[in-house]
Design a protein around this ligand. Structure first.
Ligand code: BDR
Ligand code: CA
Length: 311
């Protein structure tokens, strides 16, 4: 199994992403790091510790607390994932002592220990990854690949017409990351809205019996939130898809190009502007923006040939 860090703001679909990651058997989870987003960072950390216990990795996989504030300074809490961030679920705490080491410090340490081999999957705002890069820009060279759930390249946002929640919650952090030179794959709404969890899937999960009850509760709550807030009869598998793509990119179709994040405007906050590599020179931007096309990443633009929904 390959070394990986999961940085997450649990979060209902974040919790399912962790369970899925552990279930693939493909990864050696070196750290589970918590970031503020769906819930404030202290709550996300508490949830992460509870999930570590619930999924049987308590004490084996260290859980680290994330940065106390976002780079963009706006504290966010979507409320979308219910009062605790995991619906109404209050999980028994981890029995392991609390880690002193911060999420960013753990990321940097592991990037040295597993230089060139470490995959990082981020399913929340990019605050911790940016904090680590600000401390040591060399992190960008040492990570094998960062796969993050966030952004919307060619489709509307989900928290404003222009922005996806994770990027909106800390746009400066996202911009630091995509301009750092780190090899990245952005798994945004263009792709996640295509792989959905339905009532049929929920019925299957309910029938799966012992061991799946908590996940079924999470997905029921998430499905309801999508029904209530968006009028959808299904919900996107945002965060699990990012984990899936880390191992198997053919769950999505990708294009190479540059992502620039709108950080300055109130209306456009968190918009991810995608400059396709083959068109980049034709855009009428000032030189300092065109200069950004030196760094490219892969951006998921839709669902791929391999079926993720049955995976
Ligand atoms: C993202 O925002 C959060 O609500 C989800 O956990 C996911 O990471 C989707 O925009
Ligand atoms: Ca998330």
């Amino acid at each position: 199994p390959a070394p990986i860090v999961l940085d997450s703001d649990p979060g209902l679909d974040d919790a399912v992403a962790l369970q899925y990651l552990l279930g693939t058997g493909l990864w050696d989870l070196k750290a589970y790091t918590a970031v503020g987003g769906n819930a404030p960072v202290d709550r996300a950390f508490r949830n992460a510790r509870g999930l570590a216990r619930a999924f049987g990795i308590d004490g084996d996989v260290p859980v680290h607390r994330g940065a106390g504030r976002t780079v963009s300074r706006v504290v966010s809490d979507s409320g979308f994932h219910g009062p605790t961030g995991l619906g109404e679920e209050e999980l028994p705490d981890s029995t392991a002592p609390e880690q002193e080491e911060s999420a960013a410090a753990a990321l940097l340490r592991l990037s040295h220990r597993h230089e060139g081999e470490l995959t990082v999957v981020a399913t929340g705002p990019l605050t911790n990854v940016a904090a680590a890069l600000l401390q040591d820009p060399g992190l960008a060279r040492r990570v094998r690949r960062l796969v993050f759930m966030g952004g919307a390249a060619r489709v509307p946002g989900n928290c404003t017409p222009l922005a996806e929640f994770n990027v909106w919650a800390d746009p400066d952090a996202a911009d630091i990351v995509v301009s750092s030179g780190i090899p990245y794959t952005m798994v945004g709404l263009d792709a996640t809205h295509g792989w959905r969890f339905t009532h049929q899937d929920l019925a299957r999960l309910d029938a799966a019996g012992p061991g799946q009850e908590m996940t079924a509760r999470f997905m029921r709550t998430y499905l309801r939130a999508y029904e209530t807030n968006h009028g959808d009869g299904s919900c996107p598998l945002h965060d699990p898809l990012a984990v899936g793509v880390a191992a198997e990119e053919s769950f999505v179709t990708t294009a190479t190009g540059t992502v620039v994040v709108e950080c300055a405007s109130e209306l456009g906050r968190g918009q991810t502007v995608f400059l396709a590599q083959d068109k980049a020179e034709r855009y009428s931007y000032p030189p300092h923006i065109l200069d950004r096309t030196r760094h490219t990443g892969r951006v998921a633009l839709g669902t791929g040939p391999r079926d993720f929904s049955t995976h």
